[in-house]
Ligand binder design. Structure first.
Ligand SMILES: [Zn+2]
Length: 80
């Protein structure tokens, strides 16, 4: 999968995640369901970034990279 597609997928998931938090916050504030869903979303997003958010050249995990950066901070190669 191309890096640009992975980046788009992660950005879309992040937007859905933020919307979901806003909706859940309205309906499930302080309930066990709300907290469980929040933890599940956070965990699944974290696992997804661990798998997808990697440099296509050196395969480093880009944890400190800004969402719209153009070059890898580790090998300096351009991210497609
Ligand atoms: Zn790299």
């Amino acid at each position: 999968m191309r890096f640009a597609i992975k980046r788009r997928i992660l950005n879309i998931i992040a937007i859905i995640f933020i919307l979901a938090i806003l909706i859940f916050n309205k309906f499930f504030t302080g309930t066990a369901i709300g907290i469980t869903l929040l933890i599940l979303f956070l965990l699944s997003y974290f696992i997804l970034t661990l798998i997808l958010w990697r440099c296509p050249h050196c395969n480093s995990y880009l944890w400190k990279l800004a969402p719209f950066a153009t070059h890898c901070p580790y090998c300096g190669n351009e991210l497609e």
